[in-house]
Write a protein that binds this ligand. Sequence first.
Ligand code: FES
Ligand code: FES
Length: 157
Amino acid sequence: MGLKQIELTVNDFSHPFLVESDETLLFTLRNRLYLTGTKEGCNQGTCGSCTVLLDGKPVLSCMTPTLRCVEKKVITIEGISSGENLHPVQKYLVKNGGLQCGFCTPGVVMTAVPFLEENPDASRREIKEGLSGNLCRCTGYKKIIDALENAAAEMRS
Ligand code: FES
Ligand code: FES
């Protein structure tokens, strides 16, 4: 326990601040950096809504100690597109109606972007499997998977 001074690189900016030695990356992002796009759902590692990228790989920020992220690169939903230009995954989630309340959407995006970058030819079944850790209470998933198939096609071209 106790506060520690650290520097964390989030969305390509370096931030110095004090953190509790046992706090999670989710807490740090939302409560110290005010990056509230990353959502707190279950806080137990089961819903996927808190997903961010750590050195390019998706991690559940509610299960990731902040101190483990020092000298690594964190990307949150706020860092996935530039200005008005949405990432194809975001664009097709909107176009295909792949979101309703939007609570799960940041986590879906942060899981889908690296998945489709690594698996540009993923089948519908593989996309479903890749997203199986992201729970959505609203959409019934079909429109999310439709959106990700369309995003994959655009990312390939
Ligand atoms: S809030 Fe992290 S998995 Fe649900
Ligand atoms: S859009 Fe509401 S939880 Fe997914």
